[in-house]
Design a protein. Sequence first.
Length: 346
Amino acid sequence: MRAISLFCGAGGMDVGVQNAGFKVVAANELDPYACRTYKANHKRTLLYEGGLDENLNALSNYSGIDLLIGGPPCQGFSVAGRMDLSDPRSRLVFSYCDALDLVRPRAFIMENVKALGAFQKFRSIREEIFRRMSSLGYTISMVILNARDFGVPQSRERMFIIGSLTKTRIVTAKSFEGRKKRAVCVREAIMHLGPAGCPTNPRTTKAKITLAKSPILRKSPYAGMLFNGQGRPLNPDTWSSTLPASMGGNRTPIVDEDHLYLGMPSWVEGLHQSLLDGRGIREYQEVPSRLRRLTIDEAIILQTFPENYEFIGPKSKIFTQIGNAVPCKLAQVVTEAVKQELLDLA
């Protein structure tokens, strides 16, 4: 079966689609660094570079293909961004609908952030998307899935709008019940790489870690705001929090190396308890060197890219490509469900 990919980015969703048994024959992406990364890893896919609107005519040559996939830029809908409906990127969901109209695939998957599928303020956008897709003859459904429920070592909720020209079956939340798989914890996922800066884990982040002057405490030491910036510490004994596209500076998650590799008590948990107790223990007055930022190679694993996946660009651009991606394993699960429910039985 064949697929085409819109807003493909670095190709995370494409990896999952290919692992589900599809051949991605064409793709489209605007960002130049993501394009370079994509071409380095998907040499047999024809990549149309530039905006989607300027490539619609070329993509129309694939009319009747089995599957159309893609995740339009989500910054206008993301709780990590400004959630601004006037953001021009918010209109790209309708560019996806334009492509759907031209290509008329047998089935499609459109991915985006949970907020677009769940928040009342975006209801009119959702309804217009559904109206346009339905008017093209597609039977549609929407599911919101958390990547951690499907073997991804990261809590990452995403919305998927799924459609098919078949009138008899749809993909629902029940379609995924039998596909759930325990997510390994951060420790299990990345420990084999070794400490940051070693030959097997070389791509480090230099952003300094400092204590917040006015910390915001939550019940968990891994929530709230204990440090300056929006980078949160990761608990190695559970899954990662959502990796943002803004990683690379002080929004990059924080790792306690001695806790991770040496089994020492968590410094972050000690700091949290000290603040709760109001004791101001001296050892928690300054961030120790054992705390550092997540590395590129660790982020690649937490997004379930193949470890040998080649990313191209400055570190900040690589982090953006990783953070913008759909976890490969989650994309594979969704595509396998679509294939079984909609395409194999069509």
